[in-house]
Design a protein around this ligand. Structure first.
Ligand code: SAH
Length: 351
C-alpha cells in the first residue's frame, strides 16, 4: 500500500523526495512494478501518443583519450582495432540514412583529439547544409564552453553526455583522471548554450546501490534535460571490469518508468544495451515508458570495432535491414515509428 501511494504521488506531482525514492526502489514488488509501468506508459502516451522516434547513430571514431574502466574503447585497450570515418564517409552515411527516412543523425565517438573543433564544425555545417531538415546530435564527450558554443553556432541541435553516475565517489572510481565536477559543468554549459541536452547513467555498475540511483534520479530532476539515456552496464572482455556482472533488465525497466514520471515529456531511448541483455529488452523498454530508439547507421565494416561492451546486437546487418527489423519490433508491441526530427515537445531553438 505504501509503495502504491508513493507511485501515485510520483505520477501526480512528478516528484519524490530522497526518502520516498529510496523506499520505492527498496520495496517495489512485481505488482507495484506493473502499476508503475502502466502509469509511465500512460504519461508517455499522453504526450507522445504511440510514436517512437528513430535516430540514426553514426559511430565515427573509436579512438579515445580516456580510460573509463567499463568501456571497451578505453585508451589502454590495446586489443581494440581503431578506426575513424572521414568527413566524406560521415556525409555518405548521412545520405544513406536520409534516403531511409532518418531526420536525426547522432554523431558519437570516443574523445578523439584528431577531430579538432574546426573539423567537427566543418562536418556539422556540411550535414546541416545538405540536410537542412535534419537534426544533428553530438555525443563526443567533454569539451570547453567555447567549443560547445561553436558547434551549436554551426548548427548542432542536441548533445548527449551521460553523467554516467551521480555518485561522485563511484564516478571517480570508474573514470581515472576525469572529474565529476567537470562532467556536471559540461552538462550545465550545454543547457546554457541552448542545446537539447541528454544526460543519463548506467545500471548495475560494480558496487552501485539504490542510494546511488536516488542520486541519479534527483540529479536528473534538477537538471531537467530534454533527453535521458540509461542502460545496463555490460562487461567488456578487455577492460578491468571484465569479470563483473551485467546490470539487470528489471532494474532498468523500473528506472525507465520512474524517469518517465519524473520528467513526463523527456525523450527516453530504449537502448541497444537493453536489447543486448535481453532479446525483447527494447520492446519492454518502450512498454515501460521509453519513446526513442537509436538504430546503428555506421558502415557495416566498422560496427564490430565500436565495441563498448561484449555481445552488442545489430553489428552484422545493413542499416536498411536494421530499420525493417526495428519497425517490426516497435509495431509488435503496439507503437508506431515516427521518422520526423522528433524534438522534445517543450523545446524551441533560440537563435
Ligand atoms: N565519448 C562519449 C560517448 C561515450 S559512449 C562520451 O563521453 O559521452 C556512449 C555511452 O556508452 C557512454 O556514455 C556509456 O554510458 C555507455 N557505455 C560505455 N561502456 C559501456 C558498457 N560497458 N556497458 C554499457 N554501457 C556502456
Amino acid at each position: 500500500m505504501v509503495t502504491k501511494g508513493i507511485i501515485d504521488k510520483l505520477y501526480e506531482k512528478n516528484y519524490l523526495n530522497e526518502e520516498e525514492m529510496l523506499y520505492l526502489l527498496d520495496n517495489i514488488d512485481e505488482e507495484n512494478k506493473e502499476y508503475l509501468r502502466v502509469k509511465a506508459l500512460n504519461v508517455r502516451t499522453k504526450y507522445y501518443g504511440k510514436k517512437v522516434y528513430l535516430r540514426g547513430l553514426i559511430e565515427f571514431t573509436n579512438y579515445c583519450k580516456n580510460n573509463c574502466m567499463y568501456c571497451g574503447i578505453r585508451f589502454s585497450n590495446k586489443n581494440a582495432i581503431r578506426y575513424r570515418l572521414n568527413a566524406e564517409e560521415i556525409l555518405s552515411t548521412c545520405r544513406k540514412g536520409y534516403e531511409l527516412g532518418f531526420r536525426t543523425f547522432v554523431l558519437q565517438g570516443g574523445e578523439d583529439p584528431y577531430f579538432s573543433d574546426d573539423i567537427i564544425i566543418d562536418i556539422i555545417s556540411k550535414i546541416k547544409n545538405y540536410f537542412p531538415s535534419c537534426a544533428v546530435t553530438l555525443s563526443i564527450g567533454e569539451k570547453s564552453y567555447d567549443s560547445y558554443k561553436r558547434y551549436f553556432d554551426a548548427g548542432a541541435d542536441r548533445y548527449l553526455l551521460r553523467h554516467e553516475t551521480a555518485s561522485k565517489k563511484l564516478y571517480e572510481s570508474l573514470h581515472p583522471n576525469m572529474s565529476f565536477e567537470n562532467r556536471i559543468k559540461c552538462l550545465n554549459n550545454l543547457k546554457k548554450i541552448g542545446y537539447q541536452v541528454g544526460a543519463g547513467f548506467m545500471i548495475g555498475l560494480p558496487n552501485q546501490t539504490n542510494e546511488d540511483f536516488v542520486k541519479d534520479l534527483m540529479f536528473l530532476k534538477e537538471l531537467e534535460p530534454q533527453m535521458v539515456g540509461i542502460g545496463p552496464f555490460i562487461p567488456h572482455k578487455d577492460t578491468p571490469l571484465s569479470d563483473k556482472k551485467a546490470g539487470d533488465l528489471n532494474t532498468t525497466l523500473i528506472l525507465l518508468s520512474i524517469i518517465r514520471l519524473l520528467l513526463p515529456k523527456v525523450l527516453l531511448p530504449s537502448t541497444t544495451a537493453l536489447g543486448t541483455i535481453n532479446p525483447k529488452g527494447r520492446e519492454l523498454g518502450l512498454l515501460a515508458g521509453a519513446n526513442v530508439v537509436m538504430p546503428n547507421l555506421s558502415p557495416i565494416e566498422v560496427r564490430e570495432k565500436y565495441s563498448l561492451y561484449d555481445g552488442k546486437i545489430c553489428t552484422g546487418e545493413e542499416a536498411a535491414e536494421c530499420l525493417i527489423c526495428l519497425k517490426n519490433r516497435i509495431e509488435s508491441v503496439g507503437f508506431e515509428v515516427d521518422m520526423g526530427r522528433g524534438d522534445n515537445i517543450d523545446w524551441e531553438r533560440k537563435s
